[in-house]
Structure formats: structure tokens, C-alpha cells
Design a protein around this ligand. Structure first.
Ligand SMILES: [Zn+2]
Length: 231
């Protein structure tokens, strides 16, 4: 017997059909492709090419200031996140396409792409683990206490947030390393005029998480269009 709950369109399906109609004219965003993946096996990773990310000892590289982290500590922590061969691997390429971005907010996609590209230039592999999140998954994370939000209460339910993690270490970065990622992200947001909030600044520490500051306004627009009250 079919569960009547499952035969109704889910929140996610309703949202996605709306946003698909709304953004049908837009072409999908491009993501950084793994350049020369076939030539970049681990054995051949020492070859220097123009696609090689810059090294940190490059005098042209300006060490940014992160509170509580001097330039040497900064460089050390960055180097612990660097894995250039991985940045050119097939797996890195696969990770870039993993998250569901269908109909997500263009500003969060722009932010995601810029942060991942910036990290790539440093040799740090990052990827978006999650952009859109459906209501069932949201409620599952809430029950597991991995999220404070139920369905309709998270910006991920409106394509207005992204969780960006390390390609190899995933969430297992140190506080200092997350601080650096946070710094890079804020710098990018400022440069691009994007009002983005970082979960690493919250008491409910969630340093992979970035969301549009105005996501509640976006939710209100969905609510008007869909008669959707957040559940
Ligand atoms: Zn998140």
C-alpha cells in the first residue's frame, strides 16, 4: 500500500517546480573543472605547469591577517589544508558536481564558486557538500541534532545556503583552519558585495555553513508564491 503522505508533492518538489519555472531562462552555472585530470595522477603531480596553483612562499602572495594568527601560523595552517594533486584529481571534479543546486539562489552559487576557486588557487580542495536540502532530510538532521532547523526553517530549504567542506578532511578541520576558510569567505563576500553570514561565528558552531543574510526575505517570497507556511 502506498503511504498517502508520499503521494503528495513534497515541499522540495513544490519549491523546485516553482524555481525551475522562474529560472528556466538561465543557463546553469559553470563549476571549476578538474584541469588536466587525466595527466595528473599522483606519480606525475610534480610536473610544473601553468595550471599549478601558486606556492605560499611566492613573494607575490600576501598573507592575510586573521585575528590571533600571525603570518607564520597562517601559512602553516594553510599548508596543512593544501593538497595540489587532489585539486587536479577526478574525485575533486566529481565533488564539485555533487550538491543539488537546481534553482538555488544565484548569489549563494556565485559565493560558492568564488570561494572554491580561491581555495583552489592556494591548492586547498574544497567542495559544496550541500546547497538545496529537502524537508525530509532537514527533519532527519533536526532529529539527529545536527541542525537547529526543522523543514522550512533552514535557508538550505530555499537554496539560500551552502555547506562548504574540505575535499579530503571534510568537516575535520581544526578551529584555526576553519578560521582561515572563514576569513577567505568573508573577504570574497566583501569583494563581491554579497551579504553572506558564516556559521563559524555562531554559538551553534557550523563553520562549513554560509547563508545569504536576507534568506528570510527569500522565504517570505516563496511563501507568497506558494502559500507555503514553512512546513
Ligand atoms: Zn548549512
Amino acid at each position: 500500500m502506498e503511504d498517502p503522505q508520499n503521494s503528495r508533492p513534497t515541499l522540495r518538489e513544490r519549491l523546485m517546480s516553482l524555481v525551475q519555472a522562474k529560472y528556466a531562462h538561465r543557463s546553469p552555472p559553470a563549476y571549476p573543472a578538474p584541469k588536466r585530470a587525466e595527466a595528473r595522477t599522483e606519480a606525475s603531480s610534480r610536473a610544473t605547469t601553468e595550471t599549478e596553483p601558486p606556492v605560499l612562499s611566492d613573494p607575490g602572495y600576501d598573507h592575510p591577517t586573521v585575528p590571533g594568527l600571525g603570518p607564520d601560523a597562517y601559512a602553516d595552517e594553510v599548508l596543512r589544508m593544501v593538497d595540489r594533486p587532489f585539486c587536479f584529481s577526478e574525485k575533486y571534479g566529481e565533488q564539485q558536481g555533487r550538491a543539488d543546486r537546481l534553482g538555488a539562489q544565484p548569489e549563494i552559487l556565485d559565493f560558492e564558486r568564488a570561494l572554491i576557486k580561491r581555495a583552489f588557487k592556494l591548492g586547498i580542495p574544497l567542495f559544496a557538500h550541500c546547497v538545496n536540502r529537502g524537508s525530509a532530510e532537514q527533519n532527519r538532521l533536526y532529529r539527529l541534532r545536527r541542525s537547529k532547523a526543522r523543514a522550512g526553517e533552514s535557508p538550505h530549504n530555499f537554496g539560500a545556503a551552502v555547506d562548504i567542506v574540505h575535499g579530503i578532511k571534510a568537516w575535520a578541520l581544526t578551529r584555526r583552519q576553519w578560521q582561515i576558510i572563514g576569513h577567505l569567505g568573508k573577504e570574497i563576500a566583501t569583494q563581491r558585495g554579497l551579504a553572506v553570514v558564516w556559521g563559524g561565528d555562531w554559538e551553534f558552531y557550523d563553520p562549513a555553513h554560509w547563508e545569504l543574510a536576507n534568506w528570510r526575505e527569500i522565504r517570505a517570497r516563496y511563501s507568497e508564491d506558494l502559500g507555503f507556511d514553512g512546513r
